[in-house]
Design a protein around this ligand. Structure first.
Ligand code: ZN
Length: 596
């Protein structure tokens, strides 16, 4: 049995909407200056349900009266002649109206009747009336729904939150959505790197540039009202979609961007340490507690103004060396997170930008300790190490490994003497001589360092790049000085001044070619090549998470290189483990010293 609306349905509806419109006119404030500037707003009914209980009245067809921002239209939706098979067919009824850019919400009224043609029992059936509001800041549709009984009296009156459909007593209804054109705000950090432009695809610009502020925390405000959700961060590209037409007003929108990076529940907090609490002289403070207590993230504000384009570029102003250290470090770490490198939800990493290692012998250098990363000021006269993106990414690699696999321990970098010059670091002057790309190192140390170099390479090169570039930041000892390079003669060879670009993937076999007779030791260079190649997308390749699983399989004992390669068999399928071990020989990190 169906309800039966009176015969004069249509005239009554128009009388009713006149009343509604008078009310709406009072609700919507349209200031005169913005009135000329409008944007399209689309309300789309994309589904209808006509599978309800109207069994006796023949064909079914919804008669839908929609008012969007006060503009009304009555439409008869596609009908259905076989009540047993009417179901919920899709529809695509678009109601497009221009709305002033100053408007923050759009009133939408939906009134649905079921047409009976010929009238069944005296008139059409009044199903529901929904009085909704689309919030253009959130994209949510909220509002009141009234459904009617067969005698025309009210069945239910309910309030809907974030709704996408309305349905009446007999199951008839519609589903809908709104389409706005979001404003995309893409923000940046100012950066300047000296180890750029060697063929790597990530942040390749040399000197001052703008780097995407990937994963930076942001708060977007219009005046004092906040348009973003709590804990909002930019996406991998450094962008934020704002679903609002709300005009910025004379003050524009304010984007507050903070050097606290958030990705998937993990946090990387990039901080500036007050000068009196840094490791480097004159303060020589190595107290971590004091560093935390006397440091803070950097927040910069910038005004953004929507214009003709749907994308706005934001260029927050950062001034002063300390703040620039933070901005550059945040740019590099954001790039590493963008590369998809694993950092588990719930993890927190701290980056002390512009502060050297908390160790007396390394007070101006960069290093990592557990989940803490120091980006040092460098030796006096050299560019701060935050200008060396491969250094920052390298230290972040140490942190990623330490957070995921505390068992990846090292021996503390004992300097191994008595080796050929090209297998030691005596030529290094720009940073410490404890280890370098070409030096033979103990197994735990060398795997940690090779892994960190690999992470730096992954940060700035796509895995699909056939010729990935690694840019080294200490001197590299070579037999002949390459054209265009700056070199210093050293014991018959040449110490090439950094930055030194080289292939991350091509097997250097540095130990096997240069450092005979030391099969238990290896070089960072060879381990970097190994890690790069075993993680490339290919049959039996391994993920970075699986590399961490091998690290953890060591337990508290540092495994020799052969034993480490063999541990793969305990944490991954045999075919992968075999490929892992074979690669150990191929890249010169096992005890196999042959040059192939
Ligand atoms: Zn390192």
């Amino acid at each position: 049995m169906r309800n039966h609306a009176p015969l004069d349905l249509v005239p009554r509806l128009f009388v009713r909407w006149t009343t509604v419109l008078l009310c709406l006119a009072g609700l919507v404030s349209i200031d005169a200056s913005a009135q000329a500037q409008t944007v399209p707003f689309r309300f789309i009914i994309d589904g209808q349900d006509i599978s309800g209980s109207d069994a006796v009245c023949g064909p079914r067809q919804l008669s839908v009266n929609v008012f969007v921002n006060g503009v009304g239209e009555l439409r008869n939706f596609p009908g259905c002649t076989n009540p047993a098979a009417c179901g919920s067919p899709g529809t695509f009824e678009v109601y497009q109206v221009p709305i002033p850019v100053s408007q923050a919400s759009v009133p939408i009224v939906i009134d649905i009747s079921e047409r009976d043609d010929p009238l069944c029992g005296g008139g059409d059936d009044h199903i529901l009336t929904a009085n909704l509001t689309a919030d253009l800041n959130t994209g949510n549709i909220n509002g009141g729904l009234i459904t009617f009984k067969s005698d025309g009296s009210v069945d239910q009156s309910t309030f809907l939150v974030a709704t996408t459909s309305v349905t009446g007593l007999d199951g008839f209804g519609v589903s809908f959505r709104i389409e706005t054109t979001p404003t995309r705000i893409c923000s940046t950090w100012p950066a300047a790197f000296v180890d750029s432009g060697f063929g790597e695809s990530g942040l390749p610009g040399l000197g001052p540039q703008r780097a995407p502020a990937s994963f930076a925390s942001v708060v977007l405000k219009k005046g004092t009202s906040v348009l973003t959700a709590a804990g909002q961060a930019l996406d991998a590209e450094g962008c934020l979609d704002v679903h609002t037409f709300a005009a910025p007003g004379p003050g524009g929108w304010t984007l507050e961007q903070t050097s606290v990076l958030r990705r998937g529940g993990a946090t990387v907090d990039v901080r500036r340490v007050a000068p009196g609490f840094r490791s480097q002289p004159p303060s020589s403070n190595f107290d971590l507690g004091l560093k935390f207590a006397n440091s803070s993230a950097l927040t910069v504000s910038t005004v953004v103004r929507p214009g003709a384009s749907t994308t706005i570029g934001a260029r927050p102003h950062v001034s002063g060396l300390d703040a620039e250290d933070v901005a550059r470090s945040a740019a590099v770490v954001g790039r590493a997170l963008r590369a998809g490198l694993p950092l588990a939800a719930g993890s927190t990493v701290t980056v002390f930008a512009g502060d050297g290692c908390n160790s007396p012998g390394l007070a101006t250098d960069s290093c990592a300790s557990g989940s803490i990363l120091f980006v040092g000021p460098a030796t006096a006269g050299l560019p701060p190490q935050s200008q060396w993106k491969f250094i920052v990414a390298h230290e972040f690699g140490h942190v990623l490994q330490a957070v995921a696999a505390a068992d990846a321990r090292g021996e503390g970098y004992p300097i191994i003497n008595g080796l050929p010059d090209v297998c030691e670091c005596r030529h290094v002057t720009v940073a410490n001589q404890y280890h370098c790309l070409q030096s033979l190192e103990q197994p735990g140390d060398v795997r940690k360092e090779g892994f960190a170099q690999f992470i730096a390479a992954r940060t700035f090169n796509d895995v699909t790049d056939p010729n990935p570039t690694f840019v080294y930041y200490k001197e590299f000892l070579v037999p002949t000085c390459p054209a265009g390079a700056t070199c210093t003669p050293f014991n018959g060879g040449f110490s090439q001044f950094p930055p030194v670009g080289m292939s991350a993937s091509r097997p250097a076999l540095w130990r096997n070619r240069n450092c005979a007779g030391t099969p238990s030791l290896a070089t960072e260079f060879d381990w970097m090549n190994f890690y790069w190649n075993v993680t490339l997308p290919a049959p039996n390749s391994v993920s970075v998470e699986q590399l961490f699983a091998v690290d953890r399989a060591q337990g508290t004992t540092i495994a020799g290189n052969d034993a480490f390669l063999a541990l793969a068999a305990t944490v991954m399928p045999m075919a992968q483990a075999v490929a892992f071990q074979v690669a150990g020989d191929r890249f010169g990190v096992s005890s196999d010293t042959s040059v192939r």
